[in-house]
Design a protein around this ligand. Structure first.
Ligand SMILES: Cc1cc2nc3c(=O)[nH]c(=O)nc-3n(C[C@H](O)[C@H](O)[C@H](O)COP(=O)(O)O)c2cc1C
Length: 295
């Protein structure tokens, strides 16, 4: 159910962000460094593109334009559902891309998409496991393709076949995080897929529990509702390795293409640096969770 009502997960998530307060630490301050190291590559900021798709209605060749923006901004690009040809054009921009494949019912199709993503030279590949069911408890159908839930054994097989870091998107419980670790997954995205279900727990609320389970073994990413550098900071302080920004970059993308994406990311990164500087956080590994207070 969409729109403003008590169970709207986007609103609950926004309210949670806004309920988190930040203490300041000025003595012995240093200029902050936001460099992210991920899967053997370096990026300017922990702010990444979200796994979006079908952006042509807001911008010509929107997914490719977003990838160009990611290159300009020096950030990780993610790509959601899309055909092979589109992924080839996305990766041809030079964007270091994490390709998210749908949980197709047909595992051979998944394997084929994994192999193709690898040929395209992606940084990592993965699956949005939260798209298996529709809201009526039936298997979902997306653009005519049947979806199906995956067992952790199937995830293990995909991860093994990928021979690249395999990322699971749509983890919103410690149980799934634990199963991902068991399956050899190399990154998880704590997300409710912009409110795929009402009353979903805000990603930041459950993040510390998931981070405890993961215990530094793999990166933990977060998305949903991140619209400012302050939001990014709160996610990082609660244990995220990096975050994805989706809808907040769509308007700049529509208005000014790749340049708009770059400017939006840079603005958010400046805000992030501002908060890091005032909390004694010299780099991404030195953000003390105890700076966060609950209202
Ligand atoms: C237009 C649009 C297309 C999306 N397509 C995908 C997709 O193909 N695969 C996926 O895993 N998530 C997809 N998402 C979800 C985003 O990756 C992200 O989880 C969600 O939008 C929450 O982040 P945000 O609040 O920053 O937008 C899409 C979101 C939007 C708005």
């Amino acid at each position: 159910m969409e729109g403003k009502h008590p169970g709207n997960s986007d609103q609950i998530t926004r309210d949670y962000f806004d309920s988190l307060l930040v203490e300041m630490r000025h003595l012995d301050g240093q200029k902050p460094d936001t460099t992210l190291e991920l899967y053997g590559e370096k990026f300017k900021t922990p702010i990444m593109m979200a796994a979006l798709s079908h952006l042509n209605n807001i911008c010509d060749d929107g997914m490719v334009e977003m990838a160009k923006g990611a290159v300009l901004a020096g950030v990780v690009n993610w790509a959601g559902m899309g055909d092979k040809e589109e992924l080839e054009r996305i990766t041809a921009t030079g964007a270091k891309t994490i390709k998210i494949i749908k949980p197709y019912a047909d595992n051979e199709l998944i394997m084929e998409r994994i192999a193709h993503a690898k040929e395209c030279g992606v940084l990592a590949v993965g699956m949005d496991i939260d798209h298996a069911f529709n809201g009526k408890g039936e298997y979902d159908k997306v653009l005519g393709f049947d979806m199906a839930p995956k067992s952790h054994e199937e995830i293990r097989r995909f991860a093994e076949a990928a021979d690249l870091p395999f990322v699971v998107k749509g983890v919103l419980s410690t149980q799934d995080a634990y199963k991902c670790l068991q399956a050899g997954v190399k990154g998880i995205v704590v997300s409710h897929h912009h409110g795929i279900m009402d009353y979903a727990i805000p990603p930041l609320r459950i993040l510390p529990e998931i981070v405890k389970v993961v215990n530094g073994q793999i990166p933990v990413f977060v998305d949903c509702g991140i619209i400012s550098g302050m939001d990014v900071f709160k996610a990082l302080a609660l244990g995220a390795t990096a975050v994805s920004a989706g809808r907040v970059i769509m308007q700049p993308l529509g208005r000014s293409g790749a340049q708009g994406v770059k400017e939006q990311v840079e603005q958010m990164n400046e805000e992030l640096k501002g908060v890091m500087a005032r909390t004694g956080s010299r780099d991404l590994r030195h953000i003390d969770p105890s700076v966060i207070w609950h209202k």
